[in-house]
Design a protein around this ligand. Structure first.
Ligand code: C5P
Length: 311
């Protein structure tokens, strides 16, 4: 058996919701969802080291994206560490260092990816021996998107988005992801969704149904058909908060994207493109007309949270 490591590095992907159907809220205010998640190769990296002072927990962050992430006890990676400690009874501590690539408060599950990578890294560093399923279950107590950040690939999420069924999606999709600046608060976008639903004639269903047409399109790998199914029921709520998002979505489509949607609760926009070159073309056209916009091209990835180094 190899000796216990002193340093473990894990990555976890950001996500896009290819479809997001929203139902009513439960007593905690959490909404029933039927969503198709897809992991993208835009990664959060968590390095976990055994600390000099046994048992202490500390966090530092190195961000490649704009915005602020708390390093106090509200940080989701620190909460993941506390939860893993209390569940397993381990006395170990850690120094966590996060390198962020996923837009902050952007609707791509960056904080959830931090928690997922922290769980996977610490489970190895501390030799706590939980299975991926156990880590996903633990993750669901931290946030509805954490189990998917552990699993990765493409998956149907039901319940609050935490009940996952992997979905076959053999084609690698290429995404142009644009962060238009600023943040949107997920609870706030859900609150606006409730307000808009209350004033509409058709209330949201108690249990929203998965988009089976999208799941079939993903299984065949027909990119045009997949493009035709991209849809987000939080769209109106996000655009209500940020009217500029509608113009940017129109601009992405006009400049050649196959389809473009708000990612999760926004404000990051996800545009489906044919390939890397096409993505850069659309991005250049957009920049030429609209000025500076933070866009990256990233493929979908089959990987969830995983260890990339251990020593
Ligand atoms: O689960 P997470 O902490 O990421 O969710 C953030 C907030 O988004 C929740 O506090 C809740 O207001 C809202 N939310 C929701 N329904 C879900 C997931 C999240 O209303 N299924």
């Amino acid at each position: 058996m190899s000796p216990a490591p002193r340093r473990v590095v894990a990555t976890a992907p950001g996500k896009i919701n290819l479809s997001l159907r929203v139902g009513g809220a439960d007593h905690r205010g959490y909404h029933a969802l039927a969503t198709v998640f897809q992991a993208v190769d835009l990664l959060e990296t968590v390095e976990a080291r055994l600390p000099e002072q046994p048992g202490s927990l500390a966090l530092t962050i190195d961000s490649r994206v704009r915005g602020h992430v708390p390093v106090d006890s509200t940080n989701l990676a620190l909460r993941a560490a506390e939860l893993l400690r209390s569940e397993t009874g381990t006395q170990h501590g850690a120094h966590l260092h996060i390198t962020k690539q996923v837009p902050i408060a952007g609707g791509m599950g960056g904080g959830s990816a931090d928690a997922a990578a922290a769980l996977v890294a610490l489970n190895h560093l501390w030799q706590t021996g939980l299975s991926p399923q156990e880590l996903m279950l633990l993750g669901s107590r931290l946030g509805a998107d954490v189990p998917f950040a552990v699993l990765g690939g493409t998956a149907l999420g039901t319940g609050n988005g935490d009940q996952l069924t992997p979905a076959p999606a053999p084609a690698t999709l290429t995404w142009l992801l644009c962060a238009p600046g600023g943040h949107l608060s997920t609870p706030e976008v859900f609150r606006v969704f409730d307000e808009l639903a209350a004033s509409s004639s058709a209330p949201p269903p108690v249990t929203p149904q998965p988009d089976h047409e999208q799941l079939r399109a993903l299984a065949t790998g027909d990119v045009e058909a997949i493009a035709g199914t991209l849809a987000n029921e939080l769209h109106h709520a996000a655009v209500h908060q940020r009217p500029d998002l509608q113009d940017l979505l129109d601009a992405l489509r006009e400049r050649g994207a196959l389809a473009a949607i708000v990612s999760g609760s926004g404000p990051t926009l996800a545009a489906l493109v044919h390939d890397d070159e096409h993505g850069h073309q659309v991005s250049e056209r957009l920049r030429a007309d609209l000025g500076d916009l933070d866009c990256v091209v990233a493929p979908s990835t089959p990987h969830g949270a995983r260890i990339i180094e251990a020593a």
